[in-house]
Design a protein around this ligand. Sequence first.
Ligand code: SF4
Length: 683
Amino acid sequence: MIRGNLKMPDVELAKKQGEDLLKTRVFAVRQSFSYEETAYHLPISYALTGVPVHDRKAALDVYSRTGRNPLVASESILADMTAVSGKEPAPYTGFISDTVIRKLGYSLVDGSILGLALVVGTPQNAGMAAAVCRELQEKYMLTFLAGKVIPALSGAGVRLGLEYRLIPLGSTPFYGVHFVDIIARVAMMFGGVPPGDTHRLLTYAAERARAIVIVFPGLTDEEIALVDGMRVLGFPILTPGGYQGGSWIQAGPEDIVRKGMEEKGIRVNVTAIPIPMGCSPAFEGKSIRKEEMYVEFGGGRSPAFELLRMRMPDEIRDGQVTVIGPEIGTMKEGSANPLGIIIEVAGRTMKKDYEPVLERRIHNFVNYGEGSWHVAQRDLIWVRISKEAVAKGVRIEHIGKLLASKFRMDFPQLIDAVSVTLITDREKVLAAKKEAEEVYDERDARIKGMRDQDVDTYYSCTLCQTFAPNHVCVITPERPALCGAISWLDGKIAFEMSPAGANQPVEKGAALNVRNGEFDGVNRFIKKASHGEIERCSLYSVMEYPMTCCGCFEAIALMLPEVNGIMVVNREFKGLTPSGMTFSTLAGTIGGGAQTPGFAGISKSYILSDRFLQGEGGIERLVWMPSQLKDELKDRLTKKLAEKGLAGLFEKIADETTAATIEDLAAFLERVQHPALAMKPLV
Ligand code: SF4
């Protein structure tokens, strides 16, 4: 065996010796082994031959049927090793489950992952490995790692994990075999390749799998044989030195990624944005915890909002970024500051109708920044900038540059000019926020009057799957998205603008339960879009199969069985609710893409809809809301209640001033004779 980089191994020679060693080891595999998290048995063997391998006999049979393929041998040996010794401890992932692959498949289709890379071996220095991996992240590649490159990256402070698109498979390059079993499953799951159709598998891998392999030194002969075996799948094998001979491509560390991607025909439309932090979807799933944060904006701690407006081309200067008010340098570490984000766009094909759909992309783009984080929408946004980013020189201005560049890059067909204004002066934020609220109201009014029964098609939104992988919003005319930022009309427009995007038409199909709003077409859609996790969804019920929740909801509706009613708490309310929990505790309990009967994430405007709480008997179930939310909705809600013959109900809805605890609430409802008390029991 050859290890280390004292001597440059000859790839051809090492490969031959490695294949012999693999043969010896595959004949020594024990009696039975399998991976729990897959329906594809040993996926490489299954894809190549159609034989489900779970024991020594089948492993040897497949090994000989595939002409002693080193990938097949390595797969059986690794499965056997895992069965005997168990999975390696964290951070290593080992075998990746089918569920994770299904989620990744969506990103491969929508272009947010451009290709896959495997990086194995022992880098000569950690800084070089970190630079290669950063370039892969910035070029929208999903990277798998195996061997000593993993501790080298961790030692250099590189964050690893699926959320960073750097997945540490295992402690030795041998674990690189999981990279191939992932591609075999992608071919069977998404590529329509039937198990056992070797020709179609190889064609799929060569033509459709956008995969490259980067090899640092330090591989054993067996590992060289395994990696070289990947050439049969059409993956270019690149090495920054340390090997000679064979068909491996030599490339310097500075251009190894570019060369590999070119070799595989992976075209990147990503131009580096000149700001002092990385910018890529690879960073979108990260969070910035309180102790990691330098400053924050909004989130109920300071006024903040975001707004995107269309302008005439001569009204804006393309690329202009203006900061009005204090910059980060004068903000106290750990402080909450006001922020207004105003994006103005112009373009020949741009339409006013597109404004809210584009505005929602601010959320994604800010999260692309390695040290910036964004949740929620409109005047509920919450933005953080990390200490690490500020130490590297990131300023408010750079968030503006990031936004201006991303809007130009991602919507070239729509946008010819973008200018960004970031306001941090408190008075000016408050004044501009008032104007923004008028725009939000105008947008909400456009959809008024449309009813769910008037349309056969609803629209989905899966933008938040980066945070909540199984979450799917279904948006109907009478049930706006739970973030309050996307109406049915916006979903329709977004689909027109980008037919392969995150908003897809949902044929509602036959009604299964009219009262709860359960439709067979919606169920079919949800099952697929939630990667098989959610089977049923009631559009109008909190209690039975409610919609999943990401983390962006404007408010939470939850049952209070003690008083036979439903309360609503909005994001801005910081106190305890009669449920004994604050909004943030509740949000932590129900977010992440889960379906939690008894709880639903909702938009504030949904409270005014005729479909609100329909499954629970109607708005007569509403027993408690924070006083600030009551005030905000007062005019519209009293009018709505009067139309429904429920005049007087508004005063019967308690708030924190009339009922702080569940006992207070029970007494209050009794006193005002709230109709919920006489309704059918909730549970
Ligand atoms: S909350 Fe729903 S509608 Fe809003 S951005 Fe997220 S997935 Fe889309």
